[in-house]
Design a protein around this ligand. Structure first.
Ligand code: NAD
Ligand code: MG
Length: 388
């Protein structure tokens, strides 16, 4: 990843998924720094979406479901200057709108693929929180960024850390990337057979949306992040190590050939990497303070348990296989998480179903699938998991 053109901090912002955890934190950063907001999008919490649009004097607001158009329009009736849109095509148009040179991708899951791709094709500064599109279609997105001149800035805390450690270094000097993981709520729990939904939704360090919280409990999140890092930094999966770091203060590291290990530290607060993606290359004073190391006192590291958490090896295998396998991996996981949250499968069924989907759904022979094949594999896999 070679970002080139810093965008002025005052450039107008589009937030895809403004009503979620990352979206709300992004608006908090925008509030602190006075960043103008042009477009907001959301799915279910229409009241919040309309309230956000009014507070930030947005020009455009879009809901994902076309059936919600009339409701959103009536919620914005007292602000005729806000253009209201609805549906997948309206999301894509908003992401590509030339009035917003900066786009924050904060939709959860594969639903963010089309709008992310549109923002990248439009050559913008794209702040990438929504990691699943990179997992599904990393090669296509990176090629589109090279072609359009888009600047991709990572928001995921690990990738923001690596990005910062890599600034002013040569790619050929990298020995490996070291992604840290908190280990989730079950780091020390041996029996995962009886995990309840409520237990899995209780992350020890981070407050996040439900899907990524479950992914953090299974370590699927770290498997997705390895693939995300592979694409963003063009580093082979074999050179990406995962280390458990329960305090979530060291957000990730880069090991260099000369024996140096560079790390970025910060509070477990997404507003820090969100802000850096918006203000890069500046580290401006914002809403979050530096961690107090004397209070934290102890930073520890341990190897992940790959037997209790098979997600790591499943993700690495899908990445090595390439082609459609990462998209199948991602879709199977998303569908399995939805089934776990609706109570129809157990916690341990999540990696089991992902493993079975990878073994069963054909990943074809094309090493470089196009967007249509990726979306077809995604839809097929979701359906397969829903019926399995
Ligand atoms: P969330 O569930 O809190 O919010 C998701 C947002 O996407 C909401 O605005 C929702 O309305 C919208 N959305 C949901 N389904 C949609 C659909 N079908 N079409 C269009 N919009 C839809 O999720 P989150 O925790 O904010 O995570 C967002 C993304 O950022 C995920 O990809 C996640 O992996 C990544 N991420 C999150 C965190 C975090 O701390 N929450 C950290 C790193 C990366
Ligand atoms: Mg992360």
């Amino acid at each position: 990843m070679t970002p080139t053109a810093p965008v002025p901090q005052q450039a107008s912002l589009c937030i895809l998924g403004s009503t979620g955890s990352i979206g709300v934190s992004t608006l908090d950063v925008a509030r602190h720094l006075g960043i103008p907001v042009h477009t907001l999008t959301g799915h279910r919490r229409l009241d919040l979406l309309a309230a956000q649009a009014k507070e930030f004097r947005a020009k455009r607001v879009v809901c994902a479901d076309p059936e919600d158009y009339a409701k959103l329009k009536s919620l914005c009736a007292d602000c005729p200057e806000i253009t209201v849109g609805a549906g997948p095509q309206a999301l894509v148009e908003a992401a590509g709108d030339e009035h917003c040179p900066v786009v924050m991708t904060a939709i959860v899951g594969g639903a963010g693929l089309d709008p992310t791709y549109a923002a990248v094709q439009a050559g913008k500064r794209v702040c990438i929180a929504n990691k699943e599109p990179l997992v599904m279609a990393g090669a296509l997105i990176m090629a589109a960024a090279r072609a359009s001149g888009a600047t991709l800035l990572p928001v995921d805390s690990e990738h923001s850390a690596i990005f910062q450690c890599l600034e002013n270094h040569r790619d050929s000097d990298i020995d490996r990337l070291v992604l840290t993981a908190s280990g989730g709520p079950f780091r020390c729990r041996q029996d995962l057979n009886t995990v309840s939904i409520a237990e899995a939704l209780k992350h020890p360090n981070w407050s996040m949306g439900p899907k990524i919280t479950i992914d953090s409990a299974t370590l699927m999140n770290k498997a997705l992040e390895v693939i995300e890092a592979h694409h963003l930094f063009q580093v082979p999966v074999e050179q990406i190590e995962v280390v458990i770091h329960p305090q979530s203060i060291v957000h990730s590291m880069v090991a260099f050939a000369d024996g140096s290990l560079m790390a970025q530290l910060g509070q477990p607060d997404m507003r820090t990497p969100i802000q850096y993606s918006l203000t890069w290359p500046r580290h401006l004073r914002g809403p979050v303070s530096c961690p107090d190391l004397l209070k934290i006192a102890n930073l520890s590291f341990e190897a992940p348990d790959r037997t209790r958490f098979p997600a790591l090896d499943l993700g690495a295998a899908a990445a090595r296989q390439g082609g459609l396998a990462p998209a199948i991996f991602n879709a199977a996981n998303e569908a399995a998480v939805a089934r776990f949250l609706d109570g129809s499968i157990t916690f341990l069924d999540i990696p089991r179903l992902v493993e079975r989907a990878l073994a069963t759904v054909s990943s074809g022979s094309n090493a470089d699938p196009d967007l249509a094949s990726i979306l077809a594999a995604d839809a097929y896999t979701r359906n397969w998991v829903a019926c399995a």
